[in-house]
Structure formats: C-alpha cells, structure tokens
Write a protein that binds this ligand. Structure first.
Ligand code: C5P
Length: 237
C-alpha cells in the first residue's frame, strides 16, 4: 500500500518541504510536487527528492497548445519526473504530442518514461459547478468518462479523477488504465474545498491505483502519524 499513497507537498516553504519529505521518506515513496513547491525549489527538486528515494508526481496540470505542452512534458521527463499530468480538456492532439515527446525524451536520456495522466474534472467541482463553469448540460460523470477515453486514445497511461468515478472509468477504459484519485478525506479530517470525496478505505475498495492526500497529512499536528493512519486504513481495505 505504501506504493499507492501519494502525499501532496502543497507548500511554498522550502523548509517544510525538506522536513515533510525527510519525515515521510521511509514510509511513503510517492510525493506530489505542485506549482507552489516547484516554484520554490525549481528543477533541483528532482535530484533532491529522488536522491532521498522519493518518486515524484509533478502536478503542473499542463493545458496549452500541443507544441508547448509537448515541450513542457519532454523537459520534465528529462529532469526525472516519474508521473506528469495535463488537462485532458486540452484535447486529443495535445495529449498525443505530450506522449510522443515523453517517449522521445525518455529514449534519448535512457530513462524510463514517466506515467502520463489526464486530469478529467477537478474534484473540487460538483455537478452544478461543472455545468455552470462549462456551460454544459452534460452529466459530470459522463464528461469524466468521455475525457478518460480521450486520454486513453491519445496514449496516456491513465487519469486523475474523483474516487466516485472509478467504476465507470474502469468499465470504459479497462483494468490496465491507471486511476489516481485526490478528493480523499479520512473520517477524522476536514473536507476543505473538496466536493467529490471518499475515505481512503472506499477509494481502495472501489479500485483506485493511487490515492493523493494533501491537507489531512501535511496540516496534521503529526503528519507522520496521519500518514501512518491512512496507510493502515488502506491496508485494512
Ligand atoms: O489537500 P488535498 O488532499 O485536498 O489535496 C489534493 C491535491 O490533489 C491538491 O494538490 C490538488 O491540487 C490535487 N488535485 C485535486 N483534484 C484534481 C487534481 C489534482 O485535488 N482533479
């Protein structure tokens, strides 16, 4: 289970990143580096955290024209990210260009290609928020499954989605498609701005490959204890 928990290092405080990643390195290999952390540490984050034995999910959610996203993904592949995401709403051509670029960059640097994920619909949105924001009458789950299929067609390895959408994505995209789920809240944690959430137990039972947890761990009085409790819950599930 330790390989299926990803801790979001959502802070722009370098000392906190140092402390958290150092404390977690023996129990949680995967950490998520988002824009806050990346803009604080820069590309040094790769040798630094990889050197501690962490695997890095670079959560910059690329969304731009195909040429730009291809360059971004190629560059981050060369730097050594083990997982990279982009908005599936960027389209088929954008995701295909990203996949080709990651393939080329990994081949020329002689390193494994990172897992490439499409972000479907943010877990902070509920159905009303989604329909309002996109001017769409489409059901939210239908949109998530549509984007997951598009990501698969483009050659991505999987998607980021809410744990509530695991079953329909599995049905549409099969068992080998990777599903990473944020929107995880243990019963003892605050919900915050997340809307489409479940507990770690439920996410694992529904079939998530990886779960992403940020605030319930990094804002806990004892982050190590909180991570341990979540891992225990995942194991029991
Ligand atoms: O603190 P919390 O557990 O809500 O953190 C979840 C993390 O996952 C955040 O870094 C957030 O940006 C990210 N994320 C998300 N929903 C998505 C994609 C990424 O919550 N669809």
């Amino acid at each position: 289970m330790r390989d299926r928990l990803i801790v979001a290092l959502d802070t722009d405080d370098g000392e906190e990143i140092d402390w958290l990643s150092g404390a977690l390195m023996d129990i949680v290999p995967w950490v998520k580096v988002s824009f806050q952390a990346f803009s604080t540490v820069g590309t040094e984050v790769f040798p630094w955290l990889n050197g501690r034995g962490h695997k890095i999910f670079l959560d910059l959610k690329f969304h731009d024209i195909p040429n730009t996203v291809a360059r971004d993904v190629g560059t981050m592949t060369k730097h050594g990210a083990q997982m990279i995401n982009m908005h599936a709403a960027g389209g088929l051509e954008m995701m295909q260009a990203a996949r080709d670029s990651a393939d080329d960059a990994a081949y020329s640097a002689d390193i494994p290609r990172p897992l490439l994920l499409g972000v479907t619909v943010l877990t902070s949105m509920d159905e009303t928020g989604f329909q309002q924001s996109f001017g769409s009458e489409r059901g939210l789950t239908k949109q998530v499954v549509y984007l997951a299929r598009l990501a698969q067609e483009a050659g991505l390895d999987g998607v980021v989605a809410s744990p509530l959408e695991i079953e329909p994505i599995r049905k549409a995209c099969g068992d080998n498609f990777v599903i990473v789920t944020p929107g995880i809240r243990p019963t003892w944690a605050d919900t915050g701005d997340q809307r489409r959430i479940t507990t770690p137990t439920e996410a694992i039972q529904r079939g998530a490959d990886y779960i992403v947890v940020g605030r319930p761990i990094i804002e806990a009085d004892d982050p190590l204890e909180a991570a341990g409790m979540i891992l225990e819950e995942m194991r029991e599930a």
